[in-house]
Write a protein that binds this ligand. Structure first.
Ligand code: G4P
Length: 197
């Protein structure tokens, strides 16, 4: 998606060979026009899949999840990383380990918002090691619902998440696929390479 790539080039900052900072458009300040375009793009890519719910994870998944939900005309549910005062009963939970942050979180969704009739599109901002996405897939499966696909804004293809999820047979659509952040430069995976990977 050229629009997102242009925004990343304008506003992103390569912090290291592993980390891209996009806090002026995605992770802290949020660009609503960008999010609207992202929602439109995911809605278009998954329009044949009869999505009934979007599932994402707080906090940076909420904006693109919401815009995609708006375009598809379905609700969005975000998994919580912290215990909520009101969300105590009948939780679907999974454990997510972040290799980047070296921390483990229990994520949860109330089971009243997912049922075995649901066809779920998972949305998240970054795909690195794939642990957040796998945790969300686990929660959707616990509800007996089906995962129709995973929509990612930025996939870091030099980390293992993408291949891990695709090997599980999951359809992963990433809008910007980064091959490398070496030497402070963002190199995208070419479409032809992307088809083979
Ligand atoms: P994984 O789920 O793919 O295994 O990812 P990982 O544990 O490595 O990532 C942990 C957090 O760091 C996630 O955000 C993820 O979005 C974010 N992250 C991973 N790589 C990058 C990167 O290159 N740049 C930026 N900006 N973030 C990255 P989180 O802790 O859930 O934060 P938030 O959603 O509350 O913002």
């Amino acid at each position: 998606m050229e629009f997102l790539k242009r925004k990343i080039e304008q506003d992103g900052l390569v912090l290291s060979k592993d980390v891209l900072k996009v806090d002026s458009i995605i992770n802290h300040q949020i660009d609503p026009i960008l999010m609207s375009e992202i929602g439109k793009e995911f809605a278009n890519r998954f329009k044949e899949t009869k999505v009934t719910k979007i599932v994402t994870i707080e906090s940076s998944g909420i904006a693109p999840g919401l815009m995609t939900a708006l375009k598809l005309g379905v609700p969005v549910i975000f998994a919580r990383k912290r215990k909520s005062l009101t969300l105590v009963d009948d939780l679907l939970t999974s454990t997510v380990h972040s290799f980047t942050k070296n921390e483990t979180n229990e994520i949860s969704v109330s089971n009243k918002f997912l049922s075995s009739d649901d066809r779920v599109l998972i949305i998240d901002d970054f795909l690195a090691n794939g642990q957040a996405a796998l945790g969300l897939v686990d929660i959707v499966k616990q509800a007996g619902a089906e995962v129709v696909g995973i929509g990612i804004l930025i996939e870091k293809c030099f980390q293992q998440g993408g291949s891990l999820l695709r090997k599980e047979g999951l359809r992963v659509e990433s809008l910007a696929r980064i091959q490398s952040l070496e030497e402070g430069t963002i190199t995208y995976l070419e479409e032809s390479e992307a088809i083979l990977s």
